[in-house]
Design a protein around this ligand. Sequence first.
Ligand code: NAD
Ligand code: UDP
Length: 319
Amino acid sequence: MKKVLITGAAGFLGSHLCDRFIHEGYKVIGMDNFITGDKKNLHYLESNPNFEFIEHDVTEFIKIEGRLDFILHFASPASPIDYLKIPIQTLKVGALGTHNLLGLAKAKKARILIASTSEVYGDPLVHPQTEDYYGNVNAIGPRGVYDEAKRFQESITMAYHRFHGLETRIVRIFNTYGPRMRLNDGRVIPAFMGQALRGEDLTIFGDGMQTRSFCYVDDQVEGIYRLLLSDYSYPVNIGNPNEITIKDFAEEIIKLTGTKQKVIYKDLPVDDPMQRKPDITLAKKLFNWEPKVGREEGMKKTFEYFKALSKEELYKSEH
Ligand code: NAD
Ligand code: UDP
């Protein structure tokens, strides 16, 4: 049985990846310190004999007994309000955490896949974003803690690949959504859905003309799985190129949820990218991947998840 370590396992993407690897017949070790994750995301795996969980902060030395075939490093705050609230931890998990995991991969002769992000392109001047675009990032702005941590993460990963011959994979993830996102993480989908369910107005930041391209979690996990098993060591975009303005997206959510509320406008956060859309030519060419789940279907499934949450969770405020 192949053995895989998944960091950030109690988070949104990490928990879906644990599911997928268990389903594919791997032995999975999940690791997390719960800083933005939730134990309940792994609840259903607790009794699975092929799943083991280690509570650990990956910025501290990581000790794993025995063999490891693969490492997937997904630990990191991922929503703008999370990384603005815990900026130093965000820098540390991208830098020190990644260094520890690369060292572990080297010691175990394991292949490592690193979760990078479309944020490495910053507020992009090239559209759609191709992997060879260097990006437009404000290193000293509030978002810089996340963007630069991820850029450093890519850089040190390539250095381990070139200097130590480590087998590395880098996925640049574009806005991904689905069940198990945290309702209060401030990202636009949980924010709008939470507002609709509580009967509040939907908050659009700026004039709503900024764009995003939303990818359903199952498609994202499929792309990550194929990338891991490919033989390509450089960054690959995984995301859904179907682009929409935030204003139109709010209207779609109003229709889907049936809320009687309206939209209200708030200030645009500093350095909020104006447009974002992945060019996925490379993923198609390398491992024949493209997204299958349309926004209507994916959003319906996501809304079902949020609708089923308890009143307590719906009204829990973290920020
Ligand atoms: P998430 O917040 O749901 O999950 C992140 C997990 O990492 C949490 O469970 C958190 O507790 C854990 N974590 C953070 N710091 C840690 C540390 N020092 N030690 C151990 N565990 C730690 O976020 P997500 O959306 O699932 O994102 C997962 C990864 O994917 C992140 O690396 C993120 O940057 C990347 N990513 C996600 C998206 C997206 O749209 N969801 C987009 C781009 C990149
Ligand atoms: N956004 C918004 N209202 C909200 C939350 C977010 O208009 O309540 C906007 C945000 O300014 C950004 C887009 O939605 O332009 C996507 O934000 P998110 O935090 O989901 O992700 P990211 O900015 O990292 O792409």
